[in-house]
Design a protein around this ligand. Sequence first.
Ligand SMILES: Nc1ncnc2c1ncn2[C@@H]1O[C@H](COP(=O)(O)OP(=O)(O)OP(=O)(O)O)[C@@H](O)[C@H]1O
Length: 507
Amino acid sequence: MAKHNKPLVVFENCILRPQYYSKEIFHSPTTLTLLPTQKWAITGTHKTRFLEAIAGQYTATPAESRSYPFLEKSVWPASVTSLVSFSTDIKPAYLSARYESYREPEDVDLASFLQKSLVREAGGMSPEDRIQVYESVVHWLGLEPLLSQWIVTLSNGQMRRARLARGLLSSPKILLADEPFLGLDPVSTSSMSALLGELAPAPHVILGLRAHERVPDWISHLAVIDESGIIKAGKKDDVTEKLQELRNRRNSIFIDRSYNFNASNLLPLRGPRADSIIDIDNITVAYKGKVVLKDLKWTVRRGERWHLRGNNGTGKSTLLSLITADHPQSWNSKIRLFSEPRKVGRQNYFSINKVIGHASPEIHAIFPATLTAFQTVSTGFTVGSFLPPSSISHVAGDMTTQEQTDRINSLLQYFNVNPDALFSELTLNDQKLALFMRAIVKNPEVLILDEAFSGMNDESIFRCKQFVYEWGGTVIAIGHIEDEIPRCDKYIRLHGGENLAEQGVVN
Ligand SMILES: Nc1ncnc2c1ncn2[C@@H]1O[C@H](COP(=O)(O)OP(=O)(O)OP(=O)(O)O)[C@@H](O)[C@H]1O
């Protein structure tokens, strides 16, 4: 067989384990062949494990049951595969670090961040080739205007493109992109998808997709993976039906379940609906002269549920950080909370965040892993979005009253999360649930849910949405996937730059 037709990866009755003597990662042995002419997406509850197995992680038994026929025998597979996971891996020490002018020595600008991985990983290439690869990747991903920006200041969508660039700069033969569209707006999703679809054969691209995500048109083959291993794999058309069946079956299981928890009894509204809670009157924010928010006016009243919309980089996180006082320009009398103009001396960071509940990918990224689920939720009473890990550990769980303890336990029981499990040991779904409970436990005046449900399974998303709806309090939600945000009645759409925001009613 010609070298370019040889399979990329072959699993044949392969048993995969973290270490030689440990328990297998799938109940059944794996058998699957991935050819270079096919374009695969992996989905299902255990997709990431399978991507890791393709990337050469885990021990295969027998040893020859996993092979990479397209590679020279001397090449170590793990050295030519790049698994890019799009969960956050840059952790500012705390949230407002993004907006500070002082930088830690380990902070770097985007150009250095990318060049570092080029120098380290693309061995064997001539310096000219390296520069060319670097320039093309930066250009493809539209990163030129951001090269001199500190990476902690990039928006989520910009950071995602930066991570993909880093994965490509290591010149892998196989690029495994796990959830590359998470947090991307529709425009960026389609350009990212087009780019990934065109890269093969340099490198071959395999996607990891969540079960309910749209499968890009260019994908030719799908594999659905759960704890037992491959449920179904093959041509896309043959597998989509099975995928749909699974989605429907799961939806019907939890939609039919009787709902016997009254959120508004546990967390009653604090005051009359329609009172103004947040007033922003003509605010403009610019970074080094580049305007992000222009003449913004916005009023949020008690009981309103807002969807904060806008493409990547249009200023959504910036606007939220003005509200939560993470942003230096938060101390501005044009921002009023309960009709009180913001003023140093009159309010402080903690008095503001006492009434705000907040869950976001940034909080998730810096959350101390050593707290138990109970302690995690209890920190919702004591601290806002500001989370210096050292101070959080000793306040967590020590200061809760009996009433608060009971409330934390009712929530944990309802959402079925083990109170004693360490945060680091919880599944991604349960971590997200714990952070959601942390945001809502103090019955906040405003609940900010920034991509708070993404990464949860469908049942948890459904329960959280239902819970928020029954609670009836004020919500500001961010999310690019409609299914993953609570029901909203109003929206504000940011357009970035000098363009004015637009507001309206959600149909
Ligand atoms: N401290 C900073 N210095 C320079 N530019 C910044 C800073 N903070 C944010 N920006 C830029 O401001 C713009 C808005 O960023 P922001 O994170 O508010 O956008 P977003 O709408 O939340 O985006 P996403 O949907 O990608 O998360 C981006 O172009 C970002 O790079």
